[in-house]
Design a protein. Structure first.
Lengths: 167, 138
């Protein structure tokens, strides 16, 4: 009876490989964390979150600055025929547009790198969940047995089980 | 393939700016000289323009600062293709806001640009000649 209780307890606290893979597919690191590989899971989660945040930030900046760039470029392109414009102003505007173009290039590079890192982490996370992370019942049982002490005991002359653990 | 598709989708969507429409097409006058003639109380200017193709007139600009664009900048079309121009000192000083000049000596900075008009340019003021200074004296 004691053995049966322990077995059911162990079974409830483990996660199947399928569930770990599904969680990892949902967001990198979740499957690893749930399977007990907390450090690896947290690292993947943080890298993925940071990469995605960098991507969104760079993308938003790029979109905003692109609007200004297109507006100024349109003005420059139309200066020759607008009448009364002059070379000095066109030259200043061109320098400004050139600087804006360089900033747009940098932002584009940043967002692409962030996206590649995010995709790379996601792919590795799935690979890790499928092939590398151990989620077998036996290994979890061993781990749980190591952490929990389960023993039979009498409480007021009634038989029962005592589960203790260390924190 | 997924990565390449993503990177392609986010590739830059702006074209490099170009100044080729203006640069190396428009010419600047050379040998610009501005002097103050105390007798006539005029500023006299002269310059050379080797290529007058598409040039319809000239634009004279003046300022009270040696950092030309940071001063009280004013300009006037010569309405002529002659590479000479005269303008009264009172007009120059007045347009810059000096109606009652206290100083006996005053430096004014001048430059000239050719004004272009053709299929590509509409009364476009070209690059400036080298800036010259002229000393006004009462």
């Amino acid at each position: 009876m004691f053995a049966q209780n322990e077995e059911s307890f162990v079974r409830e606290t483990t996660i199947s490989k399928r569930d770990a893979v599904l969680l990892s597919a949902l967001f990198p690191g979740l499957g690893q964390m749930t399977a007990g590989h907390k450090a690896k899971g947290v690292l993947m989660f943080l890298v993925e979150t940071t990469s995605l945040a960098m991507f969104v930030n760079a993308h938003e900046n790029y979109t905003t600055k692109l609007d200004t760039y297109n507006r100024d470029k349109k003005i420059l392109d139309g200066m020759a025929l607008s009448g009364g414009s002059n070379y000095t102003e066109a030259s200043k505007l061109f320098k400004s547009i050139k600087s804006q173009s360089n900033k747009l290039d940098n932002l584009n590079e940043t967002r692409n790198i962030a996206l590649i890192v995010a995709a790379g982490v996601y792919a590795y996370n799935l690979f890790d969940a499928v092939f590398l992370t151990s989620t077998s019942t036996e290994s979890k049982k061993a781990e749980i047995r190591k952490n929990f002490l389960v023993e039979s005991t009498l409480v007021e002359n009634t038989p029962g089980i005592k589960i203790s653990t260390r924190f | 393939m997924v990565l390449l598709t993503i990177v392609y989708g986010c590739s830059k969507d702006h074209t490099a700016p170009t100044f080729s429409k203006f640069d190396n097409v428009l010419k600047q006058p050379s040998g610009f000289v501005a002097v103050y003639n105390k007798t006539t109380k005029n500023f006299d200017m002269s310059w050379d323009m080797s290529d007058t193709n598409s040039v319809i007139t000239y634009n004279i600009a003046w300022s009270d600062s040696n950092v030309f664009d940071l001063g009280h900048l004013q300009n006037k079309y010569t309405q002529s293709l002659n590479p000479v121009f005269k303008i009264s000192s009172s007009e120059v000083l007045k347009t810059m806001g000096y109606t009652n000049l206290q100083d006996s000596l005053f430096i004014v900075y001048f430059t000239v640009s050719a004004v272009y008009s053709n299929n590509e340019f509409r009364e476009f003021i070209g690059p400036r000649a080298v800036i010259d200074s002229a000393m006004y004296s009462k």
